[in-house]
Design a protein around this ligand. Structure first.
Ligand code: HEC
Length: 201
C-alpha cells in the first residue's frame, strides 16, 4: 500500500514537472507577477489594519496602552497570514527594538538601504516595494518588501528621549533592554513588511 501511494505521488510529480517545463517563460513571469500582486494586497491590508488600530488605541489609552498594537497585534497578524498563506511574513526595522522578530537578514538589509536611496530621490514610502526571485540551497522563493515610513504618531515610542513619556520609557526599558528603535523622525524609513513565498516547480 505504502509503495503504491509513493509511486502515484512520484508519477504526479513527474507530470507536474513536465507541465511546468513545457510552459513558456512568459507564463512563469505572469505567475510570479500574480504572486507579487497578492503580496502587495496582503501587505496593504496589514498596514491599514495596523495603522487604524494604532490610532484608535492611542486615542483611547495613550502610548502605554497602544504598546500592544506594535507588540502583539502586528506580530499576530503577520503570524496569521503566514499560516493561512504558507508564506513567511515579518516586519523588519532599519534599527530594531525586538531582535527576535525585527532583525533584517542580509537580503533585507540591502533592500532597506535601497529604499532609503529611493526615498532620498523623492519616492514615497506608500507605494515603495521591491520583489525578487531568489535561489538558496533550501529552494527557490519569491521575496517581497514594502517600505514602512515613520508617521507622526510613531514618535511616541520610536522618537527622541523628549518625545517618549517616562512611563513608556520605563516599559520599553524593561521589555527591550537592547532597544535600538528610537530617535526616528516622521518621514524616516522605519522598516518594511517582508514576505517570503516558497516557489515550487
Ligand atoms: C505605543 C508604542 C508604539 C508606537 C506608538 C509605535 N510602536 Fe512600533 N514598536 C513598538 C514596540 C513595543 C515594538 C516591538 C514589537 C515586538 O516586540 O515585536 C515595535 C516594533 C516595531 C517594528 C518592528 C521592528 C522592530 O524594531 O522590532 C516596526 C516596523 C514598527 N514598530 C513600526 C512602527 C510604526 C511605523 C509606528 C507608527 C505608525 C509605530 N511602530 C508606533 C511600540 C510602538
Amino acid at each position: 500500500m505504502m509503495k503504491i501511494s509513493r509511486l502515484l505521488i512520484a508519477a504526479a510529480l513527474t507530470a507536474a514537472g513536465a507541465a511546468t517545463s513545457a510552459h513558456a517563460a512568459s507564463s512563469d513571469d505572469a505567475a510570479v507577477q500574480a504572486r507579487v500582486d497578492e503580496a502587495r494586497a496582503v501587505t496593504s491590508d496589514f498596514l491599514k489594519q495596523l495603522g487604524g488600530t494604532m490610532k484608535a488605541e492611542m486615542q483611547a489609552g495613550g502610548p502605554t496602552a497602544a504598546m500592544k498594537v506594535c507588540r502583539d497585534v502586528a506580530p499576530g497578524i503577520a503570524n496569521d497570514v503566514s499560516l493561512r498563506k504558507g508564506w513567511k511574513v515579518t516586519r523588519v526595522g532599519t534599527r530594531v527594538r525586538n531582535p527576535m522578530l525585527g532583525m533584517p537578514d542580509v537580503w533585507e538589509q540591502r533592500v532597506l538601504q535601497d529604499f532609503e536611496k529611493r526615498a532620498a530621490q523623492g519616492e514615497k514610502y506608500d507605494t515603495m516595494t521591491y520583489s525578487e526571485v531568489v535561489e538558496e540551497p533550501a529552494g527557490k522563493s519569491l521575496r517581497f518588501m514594502k517600505a514602512i515610513g515613520v508617521a507622526p504618531q510613531c514618535v511616541a515610542c520610536h522618537g527622541s528621549a523628549g518625545q517618549i513619556t517616562e512611563p513608556v520609557r520605563a516599559q520599553l526599558k524593561e521589555l527591550y533592554p537592547y532597544d535600538q528603535a528610537v530617535d526616528y523622525k516622521p518621514g524616516d524609513l522605519r522598516g518594511a513588511v517582508s514576505i517570503k513565498q516558497p516557489l515550487t516547480d
